[in-house]
Every structure is written in structure tokens, then in C-alpha cells.
Design a protein around this ligand. Structure first.
Ligand SMILES: [Zn+2]
Length: 320
């Protein structure tokens, strides 16, 4: 078992520095190759910490039982280094979303070149997990989002990932220029995980996903069957476009939450109020339209009329 750091993309910057995308690679035997990617949006940090936790686990394996790594594991914590360095969601200067630049082009502008290099590096992996952390406005419970076009392949994998929710999107709502869509279209399975909130870390969620990834890798034969892993703690519910409700603000103001995230909700239950900083009145209330589960909740307090406040998954048939 070896551990190396490799550079998959390098470009001279206008003033002397170079822009590099690096990966940490753990190599054992000739078994399957898997990858974890993070930081494609420069304001999303949860996935960087998951990479750290996986690396710490693999370092320990290398000391104790190196023969138990049967394949190869690649960690890409920072796909958008310029964005991460400058706390910018997009690729700075170009102001373009790297995750709308795929499959990219080696002759294109910087975002397209980054995308092309990332595609080349990940092509042919047995599984890629691309970790996102929402944005600064909304907090998400650990979930995987799957395009219905690829659900036959991806749902059985997602079920082993120790997450709370699998959200299957209809083809009409899918963004085709993402790394996940490009990889899945070319036959490299890619799961998109959304969890936590932008610019913050949620260590419990990161630990939950880390355990799930280790189990996934063991199931794929990357880790030996005799490796003892921490037990799975979560089994996901399944949502689709028919049972997800979007709650939007009826007034502008400041949102004050009244409930914990990821609660079993009753129809009509109060999720929070929107108030004015200028006077004592409550401007509007946010209430659940259904019996269900709160999986997205507003994190950033200032809201505009129409802002997304929460997403609730209606429970089907009343059973969990
Ligand atoms: Zn993202």
C-alpha cells in the first residue's frame, strides 16, 4: 500500500504562481479504483473535511493492515482551488460555475480546461462521489441526489452510503453540464452528495458520510471483506419530485427558526417566523403544508419575498 500526492492539472498564472489541482492517491492491489471529489464550489467546505477523515482512516490502515487495500482510492479535496483560496463559489475572474462547465475542453478557457482535466482523471473509476455543501443560505441533511435516468445503477449504491435521504430528480430538472452528469453519461458512476451548509463544517454529518463511503468501498471490493468498519447508523428515505414540497417566504424580513432540522413534522406545524427589525410585529409564518420530514432549512436569516425557506418531504402512507 502506497500513498502519493499527484498533480492532475497545472497552469501558469499571470504573475509567476501556478494553479494546480492535486489528488492524494492510496494504492493497494489491482482491485477497483474509486474517487471522492470536493470543493468544486469554492464556498463549500464539508467535503474537504470528509477527505481529511478518509485520509486519516487510510493512514491508520497503512500502519496496521496495508494488505487490506485491494484497489485504489483517490481523494480530490479541492477541484476549484482559486475559488477555495478566495472564498468564492465560482471560478474567480471568469465568474463561471465550474460545475456547469463539464465535460469541458482542453482548448477552452480556464473553467473548461479544469473540467476537461477532471474528466480525464476520473474517467473509468468504479465509483466517484462528488460532495457538495449546499450554499450559505440553506442547510441540508445528508442526502444524495440522483437523476432518474441513472437511478437503476445509482440508487443501490446510494442506499449503502449511510445517508438520510435519496432524492430522485426527473430528467426535465437535471443540469447536464455537471461533473456527475458527464461522468454518468460516459458510464462512470457518480453520486452527488449534498449536506450541511456553505462556509461551515458539520463534523457529525462528515463522520456519517465517511462511514458510508468505507462501506461502499468494501462492497465494491476496494477494501478487503475482513476489514472491521464502524456500523452503519442511517438508512435513507426516498423522495422524488412528487412528494417534495418547497416553502417560500411570503414576506421579506428576518427568518427566526422555531424547529430543529430533520424533524418529523405535522401538517400546519410552525417552522419559523419572519419578523421586521423595525418593529415588534410578526410579518409572516412558515408552516409545514404536510405531514413530513424537514430536509432543507433556511440558514441565512435575511430573506426576500419568495426566498426558499424549507423543503419538506411528505410521508407516503404514513410509515417511515
Ligand atoms: Zn456545490
Amino acid at each position: 500500500m502506497t500513498q502519493t500526492t499527484e498533480t492532475i492539472f497545472s497552469l501558469a498564472m499571470p504573475y509567476r504562481e501556478t494553479l494546480d489541482i492535486r489528488r492524494t492517491v492510496y494504492t493497494g492491489g489491482d482491485g477497483p479504483r474509486v474517487a471522492v471529489t470536493a470543493g468544486i464550489h469554492g464556498d463549500e467546505l464539508e467535503g474537504l473535511y470528509v477527505c481529511h477523515r478518509l485520509a486519516a482512516w487510510l493512514d491508520q490502515l497503512q500502519r496496521s493492515n496495508p494488505q487490506h487495500l485491494l484497489g485504489q482510492i483517490e481523494l480530490y479535496p479541492a477541484l476549484n482551488p482559486l475559488g477555495l483560496d478566495t472564498l468564492t463559489r465560482s471560478v474567480p475572474v471568469f465568474d463561471s460555475d465550474l460545475n456547469r462547465s463539464f465535460p469541458g475542453s482542453q482548448q477552452g478557457d480556464l473553467p473548461k480546461r479544469l473540467a476537461a482535466a477532471i474528466m480525464t482523471a476520473l474517467d473509468g473509476a468504479s465509483l466517484v462521489v462528488d460532495i457538495h455543501a449546499s450554499n450559505i443560505y440553506l442547510r441540508e441533511i445528508p442526502q444524495v441526489r440522483i437523476n432518474s435516468e441513472f437511478s437503476d445503477t445509482l440508487v443501490p449504491l446510494a442506499e449503502q452510503a449511510n445517508l438520510d435521504l435519496i432524492w430522485i430528480h426527473g430528467a426535465a430538472t437535471v443540469l447536464e453540464a455537471t461533473v456527475a452528469h458527464s461522468l454518468n453519461s460516459r458510464g462512470t458512476p457518480c453520486l452527488v452528495v449534498e449536506m450541511g451548509v456553505g462556509m461551515r463544517l458539520t463534523p457529525d454529518y462528515c463522520e456519517q458520510l465517511t462511514i458510508g463511503l468505507l462501506h461502499l468501498w468494501q462492497g465494491l471490493g476496494v477494501l478487503a471483506p475482513e476489514v472491521a468498519l464502524p456500523a452503519l447508523t442511517h438508512h435513507p428515505l426516498v423522495a422524488d419530485d412528487s412528494n417534495v414540497h418547497y416553502l417560500n417566504a411570503q414576506t421579506s424580513g428576518m427568518f427566526v427558526p422555531a424547529t430543529a432540522h430533520w424533524t418529523d413534522l405535522r401538517r400546519g406545524e410552525l417552522l419559523g417566523t419572519i419578523v421586521s427589525p423595525f418593529h415588534g410585529a410578526i410579518l409572516s409564518e412558515v408552516r409545514s403544508p404536510v405531514d413530513g420530514i424537514l430536509f432543507t432549512l433556511r440558514e441565512y436569516p435575511l430573506v426576500y419575498e419568495g426566498s426558499l425557506m424549507a423543503r419538506v418531504m411528505a410521508r407516503k402512507g404514513g410509515a417511515r
